[in-house]
Design a protein around this ligand. Structure first.
Ligand SMILES: Nc1ncnc2c1ncn2[C@@H]1O[C@H](COP(=O)(O)OP(=O)(O)OP(=O)(O)O)[C@@H](O)[C@H]1O
Length: 272
């Protein structure tokens, strides 16, 4: 991975140029050019195994590109990351506020008593913002999946990120908390200009927030507004099969991609 900066990428929060990622013979994506502006919300869509999480890993500096360049504003320290959810070990005795505090590590907070006070105040603020104050001192291993997820969101936001990477952050949240989390992310990018890359199998819960979509399918990809990408013609081309995009009220349903993404039932229309 290199951090070559071009004129346009200076202003971008994330800039990929001719990016390629392959594992052995398998090319996940190639020739990927993407600038994400401060405050922009980009949804990253695609079937299982299309390389969405791998893209997050590249941006985090955990996975080198096989070709091309990547630049992230502020470097790795200014990235907030909400990883794909895995339940935490029930035996984990760490408290919620400790987990959130990890999001400040490496930011120079917590030095001296004054620093520690400020650190605590920031953690409290982040906990309150996701509605996690009540269980902030409980062992995280005993919390529900949704409660743990809210703590992860607080951890990602507490460090004042310039770039927020979210890998399926709404999974296991009930509708009310899906709303809480997506509103928080939306407010963050509007008020602080944080660029958001949001991996999801289900675009509808965040559709009103989405500026652009990066849709990855089996080495092919398309970038554009939802109106440009979420069309029968574009998705049929990407999936190389007949895919129909149906708009029902404010929602987008993709019909006919079942056999290429069988475990995405929520991405497929269930209307008759
Ligand atoms: N380090 C690695 N070495 C070899 N292959 C890998 C490695 N990491 C990921 N892969 C493979 O690359 C493909 C893309 O994985 P990735 O996790 O990025 O997909 P994804 O789009 O996030 O999928 P999902 O929707 O299932 O989370 C998968 O087939 C995976 O097995």
């Amino acid at each position: 991975m290199t951090a070559q900066v071009t004129d346009t990428s200076v202003r971008a929060a994330v800039a990929l140029r001719g990016a390629r990622l392959s594992y052995g013979d398998r090319v996940l994506w190639d020739g990927l050019d993407l600038d994400v502006a401060p405050g922009e919300f980009v949804a990253v869509l695609g079937p299982n195994g299309s390389g969405k999480t791998s893209l997050m890993r590249v941006l985090l500096g955990l996975q080198p590109l096989s070709g091309g360049t990547v630049h992230v504003a502020g470097g790795n320290r200014r990235i907030g990351y909400i990883p794909q959810q895995r339940a935490l070990d029930p035996a984990l005795t760490l408290r919620g506020r400790d987990l959130v505090g990890f999001g400040l590590d490496g930011h120079g907070w917590g030095v001296g008593w004054r620093g520690r006070g400020q650190r605590r105040a920031r953690v409290d603020q982040a906990l309150a913002a996701v509605g996690a104050t009540r269980y902030a001192d409980e062992p995280v291993g005993l919390l529900s999946g949704g409660e743990q997820q809210r703590l992860r969101v607080a951890q990602a936001l507490v460090g004042d990120p310039e770039v927020l990477l979210c890998d399926e952050p709404l999974l296991s949240l009930d509708l009310a908390h899906q709303r809480v989390v997506s509103d928080l992310i939306d407010r963050r990018r509007r008020e602080a200009g944080t660029a958001v890359l949001f991996v999801t199998h289900e675009i509808n819960p965040v559709l009103p927030l989405v500026d652009r979509v990066l849709y990855l399918v089996d080495g092919r990809f398309r970038i554009g507004t939802p109106a440009e990408v979420m069309t029968s013609a574009t998705l049929s081309e990407l999936y190389r099969t007949n895919v129909e995009v149906v708009r029902v009220r404010d929602q987008i349903h993709v019909v006919g991609a079942q056999h290429v993404c069988e475990d995405e039932p929520h991405h497929v229309a269930d209307e008759d």
